[in-house]
Design a protein around this ligand. Structure first.
Ligand SMILES: [Zn+2]
Length: 427
């Protein structure tokens, strides 16, 4: 594989861990791949002080879908909303309530009178269900309706407002197309019904890398893999595929799987970070390696960058097959690749406000523009402001929610959209 000596590098790290304070400092500043492998961001985050949260005590609810438990965490700020906040794939809903920025989105909305519900659906590593196989159809047709029903039952509200990011956004739009009711309006962040990705994800989709990752190589080729001499942990991945993928590396050297995790980190060291300073956080390398550039580094403060391991985690690789299928088609299709969603545009009869990052390279800004055009073309009689879109030029993807200045530069616009849709379509 062209990476001889990786294990030696890992072992060398352990020796260097016990160096003098000065040597350690130099090592952290100039240590390159070896400093990266020691995962100092995770160690720094473990010692970081926590500021008090400006949130009421959370109310935890557990919507059930069959035997699968989902998660809803309620912060009741007032009578506005209720509003459901849903994160992207591989990220917990707690990412909307991090204490590493001056004000997170949950605090921002609670302070302005909103009844805020953080939604962990099956793409969230906070759930056991995220590590079992599931499809994006399951989220669209089962998870979203269950969450909406539970919020309406508990609040008595006729309908809910939703801010959904990445594949929470695509899946809620798919749910609406499939006939889901009880939604007043959606702020649809970054990903839509027509995802257009960067070259990196197309390379993965075109090469059927997702299939390889999930299922491994064909049975007849497994013997060949043994002959390559890969580290055992990696050889097993290539032969049998990965049922789950974890964005968080193992920090504790005595933990089971530490060496395999460090081997994977070492392989991901060269992942490209477009036009940016070097990053020494293994979580970032895993996130960028699996999904692509999930945020612009210059929009995150150091505390948030260090804390990424708190909100990213382990999920099933199964939904990546449907994601690759959607990327190949350029529109939402079901897990079998069939066009079962896009023939009922009339089912989206509520306001949708798209937001995009001008520097997004996972899902290009055109992603939301295409769906905006599609909705306007299929709803010719609707008021023009029923479907809107705004681009935050200096942002990429997830940083519009966890960026250090998001509470000044992005949240006021989200608030404006929620308020505009209080009375329905007229804005
Ligand atoms: Zn980083």
């Amino acid at each position: 594989m062209g990476h001889p000596g990786l294990l030696e590098i890992v072992q060398q790290n352990e020796v260097m861990r016990f160096g003098s304070v000065f040597a350690k400092l130099v090592f952290r500043c100039y240590g390159g791949v070896t400093a990266y492998l020691n995962n100092f961001p995770a160690l720094d985050d473990a010692q970081a002080p926590h500021r008090p949260m400006r949130l009421p005590a959370p109310e935890v609810h557990v919507p059930m879908v069959g035997d699968k438990a989902l998660g809803l965490t309620r912060y009741k700020g007032g009578t506005l909303g209720p509003v459901i906040l849903a994160p992207g794939f591989g990220v917990t809903a707690a990412s909307y309530a991090m204490d590493t920025t001056d004000e997170n989105l949950a605090e921002f909305l609670v302070a302005r009178g909103y009844d805020v519900w953080l939604f962990d659906y099956r793409g969230s590593p906070a759930l056991d269900a995220s590590r079992q196989p599931f499809t994006i159809d399951d989220i669209a047709r089962e998870d979203w309706p269950a969450a909406i029903e539970m919020v309406r039952d508990n609040t008595g509200a006729a309908d809910v407002q939703i801010i959904a990011h990445c594949f929470a956004s695509t899946s809620v739009l798919m749910g609406l197309l499939a006939g889901m009711k009880g939604v007043r309006s959606v702020v649809s962040s970054q990903t839509s019904l027509h995802p257009i990705s960067g070259w990196f994800n197309y390379a993965k989709a075109d090469s059927h890398l997702a299939n390889l990752l999930v299922q491994g190589v064909p049975k007849a080729m497994r013997g060949l893999v043994d002959g390559i001499g890969l580290p055992p942990a990696l050889g097993d991945i290539v032969k049998y595929g990965m049922k789950t993928v974890d964005m968080v590396s193992i920090v504790d050297p005595s933990a089971e799987g530490y060496m395999a995790a460090k081997t994977l980190d070492a392989l991901l060291w060269p992942v490209p970070f477009p036009g940016e300073i070097p990053c020494y956080n293994p979580v970032c390398h895993r996130v960028f390696g699996v999904f692509g550039p999930s945020f612009a580094h210059d929009q995150l403060n150091e505390a948030t960058h260090n804390a990424l391991g708190r909100v990213f985690g382990k999920i099933s690789t199964e939904p990546f097959l449907q994601l690759a299928e959607i990327l190949r088609w350029g529109k939402a299709v079901d897990a079998g690749g069939a066009d079962t969603y896009m023939n009922t545009p009339e089912n989206i009869d509520i306001p949708i406000d798209f937001v995009a990052g001008g520097k997004n390279r996972i899902f290009l800004p055109e992603t939301t523009l295409r769906t905006l055009h599609w909705l306007r073309a299929t709803h010719k009689d609707a008021p023009k402001n029923m479907f809107t879109r705004v681009v935050f030029e200096e942002y990429a993807h997830m940083d519009i929610f966890i960026g250090k200045n998001a509470h000044h530069e992005v949240f006021p616009y989200l608030l404006d959209r929620l308020r505009a849709r209080d009375g329905g379509v007229q804005a």
